[in-house]
Write a protein that binds this ligand. Structure first.
Ligand code: GLN
Length: 470
């Protein structure tokens, strides 16, 4: 059998007698058939089939969880007990997780089957999945092109029709941008809504785990099963997280970043589709008012100063002693640290550790890191002011569609600037979602992005589910 695309279809298949084991076998076969995408670093055949049998048994006894039938992939920076996890880095070669991420635990308890772990940019640093130590991922819609990053394998595993949903992580856009590039839905929850326990840290004050899917409905089901306080992550919020349902909302007040659409460098197809979307929203009775992206020229630099500072500190634990790769050429402790890190980390990770160490160093701390924290606060306050007057902010997810492999790899600044529309949600801690909006002349998809106030997932997901995208 061919895999079915959505959880809803999987539920229907299960209701008419298909086993979760059969669905799982089909997904594993499909992943192998499409292995040239390089989306999966490993398929978890044995544990996936065991879990499928458990879910089938629970269906027979009427004790099945809400996600029975869901086939899921997890990004290679999310821990799953007794399975390899490597952040697509040589430095974690051979590392096996000692515990599962809270998100993984909750999804397994709800009946999800985890099919495998997906390729990503090394330590989630990148926008094209080209910094992985295990090679790039191809975009299923055009294999010459990148799937976006850093959760490129996650997006590709869904877009290729292998799994219904994927877990990614979003530090500066790594769920939303690949969703835009692959025609899928991608949600970055509010900071503190989903536990980061068991997520390999990149920039701890930005990182969030979130789902990809073909529909807002599937993404919502996965989100509902993960959201909520976790005693193992002190940055999770203790606010109740009642399950979000997708009823129609009444008329909404939407702030529309027209300057983002009119900016030079925004693809004409993106501009036209956003303008048409605004008109449809107005015709549907919503109030859409122009607003402006706060501090547009400062957002990306602020994000990269803080993200690299936090990364340089987080990645200090990879020293050749505690985890993974240890240099064979080293003699003595210092040599072991130096050579293991030089051999284990790729060029992009090394660049970020250097940048982060620099902005935190005694002579430059005030000029860069402290300054960036102040600018971050201004961006957050401006965002929250807009969201106090409006239910949502609407802007494109990315200025462009998926580019060809190699097109930006030699120019890190051009690559970093791709994040212009996505870092605001991370700087401000708000939830944000990318939903497919249209395609360009080459047939490549792009998304519309919505932001809501912190913990406003309900209005965000409801609006996304009913967005008049055509
Ligand atoms: N592209 C951004 C970066 O390279 C975002 C990465 C992410 O969200 N993990 O930092």
């Amino acid at each position: 059998m061919r895999p079915v695309r959505t959880l809803r279809e999987a539920r229907e298949a299960v209701a008419s007698g298909t086993t979760v084991r059969a669905l799982t076998e089909a997904a594993l076969a499909e992943a192998r058939r499409q292995q040239d995408l390089n989306a999966f670093l490993e398929l978890f055949d044995a544990s996936a089939l065991e879990q499928a049998d458990r879910v089938d048994a629970s269906l027979r006894t009427g004790t099945a969880g809400p996600l029975a039938g869901l086939l899921l992939s997890i990004k290679d920076n999310i821990c799953y007990k007794d399975h390899r996890t490597g952040a697509s880095s040589r430095i974690l070669e051979g590392f096996t997780s000692l515990y599962s991420a809270t998100a993984v635990e909750r999804l397994l308890a709800a009946g999800a089957v985890i099919v495998g772990r997906t390729n990503c940019d090394e330590f989630a640093m990148g926008s094209s999945n080209e910094t992985s130590a295990y090679g790039p991922v191809a975009n299923p819609l055009d294999p010459k092109r990148v799937p976006g990053g850093s959760s490129g394998g996650a997006a590709a595993s869904v877009a290729a029709g292998i799994v219904h949903a994927a877990l990614g992580s979003d530090t500066g856009g790594s769920i939303r941008q690949p969703a835009s590039f692959t025609g899928t839905v991608g949600l970055k929850p509010t900071y503190g809504r989903v536990s980061r326990y068991g997520l390999i840290a990149f920039a701890s004050s930005f990182d969030q785990i979130g789902p990809f899917g073909h529909t807002v409905e599937d993404v919502t089901d996965v989100y509902n099963a993960m959201a909520g306080v976790d005693p193992l992550d002190s940055t999770t919020s203790s606010r109740p997280a009642p399950p979000v349902t997708l009823e129609h909302t009444g008329p909404l007040r939407i702030a529309y970043y027209r300057d983002c659409v009119e900016r030079p460098g925004v693809a004409p197809a993106v501009r036209e589709a956003m303008t048409a979307l605004v008109e449809r929203l107005q015709r549907a009775g919503h109030t859409v008012e122009p607003a402006e992206l706060p501090l547009p020229d400062q957002q990306v630099p602020t994000y990269y100063i803080i993200a690299t500072a936090e990364a340089s500190s987080n990645l200090a634990r990879f020293d050749g002693i505690h985890y993974g790769h240890r240099s064979k050429a080293a003699s003595g402790v210092e040599d072991t640290y130096r050579l293991s890190r030089s051999e284990g980390f790729g060029p992009e990770v090394q660049r970020r550790i250097l940048l982060g160490t620099f902005v935190l160093s005694a002579g430059y701390y005030d000029a860069y890191y402290a300054q960036a924290q102040k600018v971050r606060r201004l961006i957050r306050e401006a965002t929250l002011r807009t969201l106090a007057r409006h239910d949502l902010i609407l802007l494109p997810t990315c200025p462009i569609t998926a580019f060809e492999r190699g097109a930006l790899a030699a120019d890190p600044i051009a690559m970093y600037l791709q994040d212009i529309f996505t870092v605001q949600a991370n700087l401000a801690g708000t939830p944000a979602i990318s939903v497919p909006l249209g395609t360009d002349a080459d047939g490549m998809p792009f998304g519309a992005q919505l932001l809501a106030a912190p913990f406003g997932e309900e209005v965000l997901l409801r609006a996304a589910a009913h967005l008049p995208t055509r």
